[in-house]
Unconditional design. Structure first.
Length: 250
């Protein structure tokens, strides 16, 4: 007998109610034949990951399709959540990471990375800032990671997206910078010397990083920037729908 499936959408969480509402709205757009619960890693009381798992268990779910609503595989939270769910075996987990006990089978899906629908969002954000692609350089800005495997994952993702945006958008060039390691100002300065720079943040939702950190790192440089993020683009919901349906149909 086939196990009853349910979906757990896992966001980072925020103390901002509007941030949480954006995630909830994106999840509400899903059209699936199974229960769906949105939960958060932290900061949203009563809606943490364990709360979500228990809610699905109460609905009789025996197989949980866990979808991390995160921009990149290089996020340290991807390993953290995978460990908590028992989906990843790590040699040296952080001391404060705790497993969540459940009898349900866990199917841990990949984060957004450069899924075709996510690539479309990034390209659209660049085009919205553009006046003359042939004379413009797009600079993607990611959170990044300072070292190790996560750093490599971020670098590879940013390289792939930069190539896709340049080729598909017809831009003069495309490059990237990160907050970790902190190379954004240096790389942006090199771009803005001779080009019109379009700054595109690779973040799920607008907030502290897009409204304060990125502009502060670019202070004194000429650039074009709207601060628009992945949400509230409808492709975020489309991406979740696509990832979940692939598991349900497998």
């Amino acid at each position: 007998m086939k196990k009853k499936s349910g979906v757990l959408i896992i966001g980072h969480g925020s103390s901002s109610a509007s941030w949480v509402q954006l995630v909830d709205h994106a999840v509400d757009q899903l059209d699936l034949p199974v229960p769906v619960v949105a939960c958060f890693l932290e900061l949203v009381e009563g809606r943490l990951i364990e709360d979500g798992i228990r809610q699905l268990e109460r609905e009789g779910v025996e197989r949980i399709i866990a979808v991390p609503l995160f921009v990149a595989s290089g996020s340290t939270h991807i390993d953290e959540i995978g460990y908590m769910l028992g989906a990843l075996q790590l040699a040296e987990p952080e001391e404060d990471w705790e497993r969540i006990e459940t009898d349900a089978e866990i199917v841990y899906c990949p984060p957004m990375d450069d899924h075709p629908l996510i690539e479309e969002i990034v390209l659209e954000r660049a085009k919205e800032l553009s006046a003359d692609p042939a004379s413009e350089v797009v600079m993607l800005v990611g959170h990044g990671a300072d070292e190790g495997t996560n750093h490599l994952r971020w670098e590879r993702l940013l390289q792939r997206l930069a190539v896709a945006v340049r080729e598909r958008g017809g831009f003069k060039g495309a490059t990237y910078g990160t907050l970790h390691p902190d190379n954004l100002h240096k790389r942006a300065r090199a771009v803005t010397r001779k080009n019109r720079a379009l700054i595109v943040p690779l973040f799920l939702s607008e907030g502290y990083f897009t409204q304060q950190v990125i502009p502060s790192r670019l202070e004194g440089l000429p650039y074009t920037y709207s601060g628009k993020t992945y949400l509230p683009h409808p492709h975020v919901s489309d991406w979740m729908q696509d990832v979940i349906k692939q598991v349900l149909q497998a």
